[in-house]
Design a protein around this ligand. Structure first.
Ligand SMILES: [Fe+2]
Ligand SMILES: [Fe+2]
Length: 448
């Protein structure tokens, strides 16, 4: 995983004390590592190879793909692995710092704490990978003075696997911890989200690392460039796809902005529902992918109101039956709008059913209980709670404890009681659930 996509994405760097301590500890560890690696006579180092690898790593790192939430995948790993197989740990560790972290960060003018983190993180990851490779009996081709030959296989695959696992763990753990500290998210959740994307990449890119090492031993360093160019072209194609995804999301966000301009009383409602629904989902120990669906479903749940008249949305008094019938169409409209966006297909069921009631008296389909998808039941609870606790044209915002009593009164009727309990846990409300069995919630996730 490339390094600081999401740190870069944090608009205002949250320099918490914990993050500062973490980055300082990494820097001290890096200093210790370099003293060890560059101890005279310990490992190979040469300036021309160092400059060349810094340059190609820099090229690779500038053609990387953004991942959801955090991190990035790039061919940097291929080149670092190749350099380790060729030269051992010292030279690649230093080249990764300059090639991947410093040059790029200076070019982008990022905050010093980011490039200090990126530099240290790369040095430690690459250094640890190189040392693990050597300790597992991996030979350095520069000292063998030949590429691997048939007799070296399969023995050499063991140190290479050790190197891949070390790089993967060190890189993902350090980056996820930093992102978790910077964005106040549990590092383990960040790790889980990214790992799924990262694992296939690591294993796909590792054989290329071996190939790059072999080629540079036979045809020289020019061979590295010949391998790198097609990789960059292939990566560019992926990047076009990822940009398209971002463009879709931007479009959807602007639809939300348009809706909120039309109906000022719902301003911020979508984001708040999204956050609350995710918190409830965490209490229910849902998988990360379902939390991700809740995030988008929350933001988009009322998008269908874009088709409702402004007069109805802004009406200060009670709605007439006819107006109410019109507003009731919004889950359906929402589903229709989002149907066009392939990667948002999972948010459609929760949005379509977010006004179903637990006893079957809701709309669109009038389904009840566990027939209603789990994510929709969560959305219903988050939506109602936010609607009650924020001001409306015809009434003040309800105090939290009054809203909680209301939620409790309507469980079994409008809300799933176990989700109301999860809501209370998420907001630390303990004033009204003597019969709640905390921590005992069980869901069949196939129903989401
Ligand atoms: Fe709604
Ligand atoms: Fe809503």
């Amino acid at each position: 995983m490339g390094i600081d996509q999401s740190l870069r994405r944090t608009k205002e760097p949250a320099l918490s004390r914990e993050l500062l301590i973490f980055v300082t500890a990494l820097m001290i560890a890096t200093l210790g590592l370099f003293i060890f690696l560059f101890w005279p006579g310990r490992f190979f180092f040469s300036w021309p190879q160092f400059l060349f690898f810094s340059f190609v790593i820099f090229l690779a790192e500038n053609f990387c793909i953004d991942l959801p939430k955090a991190g990035a995948v790039s061919v940097t790993f291929t080149l670092i692995l190749a350099a380790i197989i060729l030269f051992g740990p010292a030279m690649p560790a230093l080249a990764s710092v300059f090639g991947a972290a410093i040059w790029r960060d200076i070019k982008k003018g990022t905050h010093p704490y980011r490039w200090l983190f990126n530099g240290s993180q790369y040095a430690l990851t690459t250094g640890a990978t190189g040392l693990a490779y050597v300790a597992a009996g991996g030979p350095m081709l520069i000292s063998l003075n030949r590429p691997f030959v048939v007799n070296d296989f399969p023995m050499v695959l063991f140190p290479i696997t050790v190197a891949i696992v070390t790089f993967f763990l060190s890189n993902t753990i350090l980056v996820s911890t930093a992102i978790g500290l910077a964005e106040d998210m549990p590092p383990f959740s960040v790790w889980l989200v990214n790992v799924k994307w990262a694992i296939p990449n690591y294993f796909a890119l590792a054989p290329l690392g071996l190939a790059v090492a072999q080629i540079s031993m036979t045809v020289g360093l020019i061979g590295v460039l010949l391998i790198l160019l097609p990789l960059i072209v292939a990566r560019q194609t992926f990047q076009v796809y990822m940009r398209l995804r971002d463009a879709y999301l931007d479009t959807v966000r602007s639809l939300i902005a348009a809706l909120e301009a039309k109906d000022p009383y719902t301003r911020g409602h979508s984001e708040r529902v999204s956050r609350l629904a995710q918190r409830i989902g965490r209490q229910l120990k849902l998988k990360e992918e379902h939390l991700e669906t809740l995030r988008y479903a929350g933001i988009l749940h009322d998008i269908g109101k874009i088709g409702t008249s402004r007069l109805i949305l802004r009406k200060p008094g009670r709605l007439t039956e006819d107006e109410y019938q019109k507003i009731k169409l919004h889950p359906e409209w929402g589903a229709l709008i989002l149907m066009e966006i392939k990667f948002l297909s999972k948010v459609i069921p929760p949005i379509f059913h977010h006004h179903e009631n637990f006893d079957g008296s809701g709309y669109i389909d009038g389904i009840a209980g566990e027939e209603i998808p789990l994510l929709a039941r969560i959305l219903t609870v988050a939506d109602a709670f936010d609607a009650m606790t924020s001001p409306r044209p015809y009434r003040e915002a309800m105090p939290i404890d009054v809203a909680c009593r209301e939620m409790k009164a309507f469980q079994e009727i409008q809300f799933d009681p176990s989700i109301v309990r999860a809501l209370f846990q998420a907001i630390d409300y303990d004033g009204g659930e003597p019969d709640a069995q905390k921590g005992q919630l069980q869901f069949d996730e196939s129903n989401v």
